[in-house]
Write a protein that binds this ligand. Sequence first.
Ligand SMILES: [Cu+2]
Length: 159
Amino acid sequence: MFLTSITTPIPCRCMSIPPPLPLLMVIQAMTTATVPTIGEPGKLDEVSRTVTVEMSDTMRFSPENLEVKHGETLRLVVKNTGKIHHELTLGTIDDLKAHAALMLKHPNMAHKDPNMVQVEPGASGEIVWKFSQAGTIDFACLQPGHYDAGMKGKVAVLH
Ligand SMILES: [Cu+2]
């Protein structure tokens, strides 16, 4: 009796397979969830303004508050005036917080999307973004620890 019960095949094994989501899938899910709600990648020939934002090792963006018109395409020039790596990522506040926490756990995680730019010390990069969603969009530096140190800002998308 004992032997039979052991060799009886278990009909359903679904309880025994809880695989954790691979990191890549989590990132992809976050990316696809982020992009539609904050606007969309812009086209260079639709740029109406160029705005420069500086990033420094004091963990601040300057300026840290931007205003754009609803539907405007901005060329955001992002300058790193510091001596360490910084980045600017546009996103919803929830996604940025989640992403910042993920970067703390996986400091060498590579990420690259149209809504972000990573900039070497002394260099500059750019994001061309169409603010097709009215409201407030957040941005942050997601290098490990930088968000928590206050490296964040807001874009007010006005009607
Ligand atoms: Cu930073």
